[in-house]
Design a binder for this molecule. Structure first.
Ligand code: SF4
Length: 312
């Protein structure tokens, strides 16, 4: 069932996930489209997330947005007060004047991430939650995986130090899996849908920015072909997987395997490395009395469920 409507306010609205937005020319959502989107959200009882560009919006857009309860995703540098602030480069991320806590997204390629683990620690002391989003999962190779695992090892050490000092900072790569006992994926196409500045619906913003087919419009309504394909119960590998925190990114699936319900090897390996480090962190924190010993993440021997699918 749909729960969220993501509204891209401009063609230059920030990416907050794996996809890139390479559009540099502003194309503001017309005010009538914005009002139509808000109406659609109200009629369907959806929580609306507005995704902002860096430039300020006209007053009439801001007034329309204020007519409904909503969330704000904005790039660092945007004048709006955001629930989620997105960084697209390390320089800004490290120099940012963090307010008291809050939720932040760092979009980075794996190379830069693996070179900079020590810089993360100071930020993690200042935020409530940091989501780290890799922008190059689909091109990672075995060497990159090894580096990523070493990075996660360091991140585990950082998180352990934080928790032992009484902080409860969340970092999606390692702490989410600890608190989950069932799949908690992105669910674009089933729980959320995106409205683009052109008045058309897309499975997620990545589908719009990549020029993929729309799934309806404000004028004609939603029209998702084969909607079951976006559901977890129609994803043969994911539905029996235990990397509960994995985004199960439909956009990455479509890009790498041409099937929205089939993940790439790279997405699975990355998620399982994170899962395994979450398991180690949980065990270490349990030994220090921070988590209940009853909680368990089982040890597994594979990094890609495809390799063991015949045993299930
Ligand atoms: S790790 Fe792979 S199989 Fe598991 S949920 Fe993620 S994409 Fe699906």
């Amino acid at each position: 069932m749909l729960k969220y409507l993501v509204i891209l306010l401009d063609d230059t609205s920030t990416s907050f996930c794996h996809y890139d937005n390479r559009k540099s020319e502003s194309r503001l959502m017309p005010i009538e489209t914005l009002k139509g989107g808000i109406r659609f959200g109200m009629m369907e009882n959806l929580m609306i997330q507005f995704v902002y560009p860096v430039d300020a919006l006209p007053l009439e857009h801001l007034k329309a947005i204020e007519t409904i309860d909503h969330g704000v995703i904005a790039p660092s540098g945007s004048p709006v007060s955001a629930d989620v602030v997105v960084f697209n480069d390390w320089d800004t991320f490290l120099k940012f004047d963090y307010p008291d806590m809050g939720t932040f997204v760092l979009r980075t390629d794996s190379k830069q991430l693996c070179e900079n683990p020590k810089y993360l620690e100071s930020v993690l002391y200042q935020v409530t939650r940091l989501n780290i989003v890799l922008t190059d999962i689909e091109t990672m190779n075995d060497e990159d995986f090894e580096k990523y695992d070493r990075f996660l090892d360091e991140l585990r050490g950082i998180m352990k130090r934080l928790y032992l000092k009484g902080y409860q900072t969340q970092c999606n790569l390692i702490t989410d899996r600890i608190v989950l006992d069932a799949m908690n994926n992105c669910n674009a196409g089933t729980e959320s849908i995106t409205l683009a500045p052109n008045g058309k619906f897309y499975i997620c913003p990545g589908f719009y920015y990549d020029g993929l087919d729309a799934v309806g419009s404000l004028e004609d309504g939603l029209d998702i072909k084969n909607p079951q394909l976006y559901r977890l119960d129609h994803a043969p590998l994911c539905r029996i997987c235990e990397a509960y925190h994995c985004k199960r990114c439909i956009w990455l699936n479509q890009k790498t395997t041409i099937e929205v319900n089939t993940p790439s090897h790279e997405q699975c390996v990355v998620a399982h490395m994170e899962r395994n480090q979450a398991r180690l962190l949980l065990n270490e924190l349990q030994d220090r009395g921070i988590y209940d010993k009853k909680q368990e993440i089982k040890e597994i021997s594979y990094l890609d469920p495809f390799d063991v699918k015949d045993e299930w």
